[in-house]
Write a protein that binds this ligand. Structure first.
Ligand SMILES: *Cc1c(COP(=O)(O)O)cnc(C)c1O
Length: 399
C-alpha cells in the first residue's frame, strides 16, 4: 500500500508540527522514544565515513554529531521557521555560534537582551570587534543584531552590505517570520516559547539555505554546544503544540495589557486601585502612526500602521507576543508586586505555560527601577485580572 508524504499533502503549521518528521520515525512508537545513547552501533564496515547508509537512513555514530531525535526535531523546526534549523544547548550558545560563523569586524546593536552583550564581551576577548549603533552606516563584514519585537527597528532591512541576524525569541512562528522581511539568519532561545513548559534550556539558529545549515552543524560538532538528548526529546514533545499555546498566550497577554493600561496614569479602573499603574508597554499599545520624522510639506502622510516605512502588521502577522512590561507608580511597588500576586510567579524567563512576573532591574540594572516584565501563560484572562486586582490592592494597603 502506498501513502502520501507530508510534502505531497502540502500541510500547514500545526500539521507540520505534528507530522514533518514522520518519515524519520524509525520505530513503531507514535510518540518519539527518549533516546539517551551517546554512541551508536555501526551497521557495516565503512559506516563511519558515510552519512547515509544503503537503506537510505542516516548512519548515527556519536551524539555530539547527531541523533535520530535531533534530526526529527530539526526537520520540524525547519518547517515551522521556513528555513533550515540547527539546535544548540542554549540561546546563548546559538548566539555565540552565529558570531563564530560570521566572524564580524563590527556588530551593530542597541539595547535588548543583556546576555547578548555578555556574549559579545567574551567573543571580543578572542577576536577584537567594535560595537556600533544600529543607525550607524554599515560596511561590508558588519553584523547587525536585531531583537524583535523588543527593539523592532524595521527601517534598516534595506541595508545591503551588512548581515542581519534577528533574535526572534519573543515572537516565534506563527507570530513572526523574519525571513519574509529579508534577514540573513534567525536566532531563538528555545528555552522560552518553543519549549514552552519552563523545563528545557535550548537554542536555535535558522539558516535560509541547507548549505549554510550544514556549515553551522559542522562547526557545532567542534564547538560541542549541542542540545542534550533529554532536552531534544522535551523540545520535540513541546513543538507539537507551539501554535495553540503561543497564539492563545498572545491573545490573553494583549487583552490583559489593554485592561491594565486602563489604569495608566495612576487612575483607579475596574477594581485596580489608584496610584499603582504608571504605564503599560506592549507592541499592541504602541502608536505606530506617531512618526518621529514629521511629514514634510507636499509629502504624502504615512499610512496608519507604518513607522518610517515599517509595517507592524507585516512584522508580526500572528500577534504581538505574550510578554509586556508595566511601569508601577513607584520603584518600591515594582520590587514588591511579584510577591503580592499569586498566579503570576516571581521568576525570570518567559514563554512558559505558567505566567511569570519579574522586577527587571534585579537582573538588568540598565532598566527603569519601576519596571516589571510580565510573561503570560495559559491561565484564564479573568483569573489573571483578579490576581492583579488583589495583588495591587495588597500593595497599596500594606504600604
Ligand atoms: C533568554 C533569551 C536569550 C538567551 O537564551 P538562553 O536559552 O537563556 O541561553 C537570548 N535572547 C533573548 C531575547 C532571550 O529572551
Amino acid at each position: 500500500m502506498t501513502r502520501d508524504t507530508i510534502e505531497t499533502l502540502e500541510s500547514s503549521f500545526s500539521t507540520l508540527a505534528l507530522h514533518a518528521d514522520d518519515e524519520f520515525a524509525f520505530a513503531s512508537d507514535v510518540a518519539p522514544g527518549i533516546g539517551v545513547s551517546t554512541t551508536f552501533r555501526m551497521g557495516y564496515v565503512g559506516a563511519v565515513s558515510e552519512r547515509v547508509g544503503p537503506n537510505g537512513r542516516p548512519n548515527y555514530i556519536y551524539s555530539r554529531d547527531t541523533t535520530n531525535n535531533r534530526d526529527r526535531l530539526e526537520i520540524v523546526l525547519g518547517k515551522l521557521t521556513e528555513g533550515h534549523a540547527v539546535t544548540y544547548a542554549s540561546g546563548q550558545a546559538a548566539g555565540f555560534a552565529a558570531l563564530v560563523h560570521y566572524k564580524p569586524r563590527r556588530v551593530a546593536i542597541r539595547g535588548g537582551y543583556h546576555g547578548t552583550h555578555g556574549s559579545l564581551k567574551v567573543y571580543n576577548r578572542h577576536h577584537a570587534i567594535d560595537v556600533i549603533d544600529i543607525d550607524d552606516p554599515y560596511e561590508e563584514g558588519d553584523l547587525v543584531w536585531i531583537e524583535s519585537p523588543h527593539n523592532p527597528e524595521g527601517e534598516i532591512f534595506g541595508n545591503a552590505n551588512a548581515k542581519i541576524i534577528v533574535d526572534a525569541t519573543f515572537a516565534p512562528p506563527p507570530l513572526s517570520y523574519p525571513f519574509r522581511l529579508g534577514v540573513d539568519l534567525v536566532m531563538h532561545s528555545t528555552s522560552k516559547y518553543f519549549s514552552g513548559h519552563s523545563d528545557g534550556l535550548g537554542g536555535l539558529l535558522v539558516a535560509p539555505s541547507a548549505e549554510q545549515a550544514t556549515e553551522l552543524r559542522e562547526d557545532r560538532v567542534y564547538l560541542g554546544s549541542v542540545l542534550g538528548s533529554l532536552e531534544t526529546w522535551l523540545l520535540l514533545r513541546s513543538v507539537r503544540t507551539l501554535k495553540v499555546r503561543v497564539v492563545q498566550q498572545s491573545i490573553t497577554a494583549e487583552a490583559l495589557a489593554r485592561w491594565l493600561n486602563g489604569a495608566s496614569g495612576g487612575k483607579a479602573y475596574d477594581g485596580i486601585p489608584a496610584k499603582t499603574i504608571h504605564s503599560v508597554r506592549h507592541a499592541s499599545l504602541q502608536d505606530f502612526t506617531a512618526s518621529p520624522s514629521p511629514t514634510a510639506p507636499g509629502q504624502e502622510p504615512k499610512p496608519s500602521g507604518c513607522h518610517q516605512g515599517w509595517d507592524v502588521a507585516k512584522q508580526n502577522p500572528g500577534g504581538f507576543g505574550a510578554c509586556f512590561s508595566v511601569l508601577l507608580y513607584t520603584s518600591a511597588q515594582a520590587r514588591k508586586i511579584p510577591f503580592t500576586l499569586t498566579l503570576h510567579q516571581p521568576a525570570t524567563s518567559l514563554g512558559g505555560v505558567e505566567s511569570l512576573i519579574e522586577w527587571r532591574y534585579g537582573v538588568d540594572p540598565s532598566q527603569d527601577e519601576r519596571l516589571v516584565r510580565v510573561s503570560i501563560g495559559l491561565e484564564e484572562l479573568d483569573d489573571l485580572k483578579e490576581d492583579w486586582r488583589r495583588g495591587l490592592k495588597r500593595l497599596v494597603y500594606e504600604e
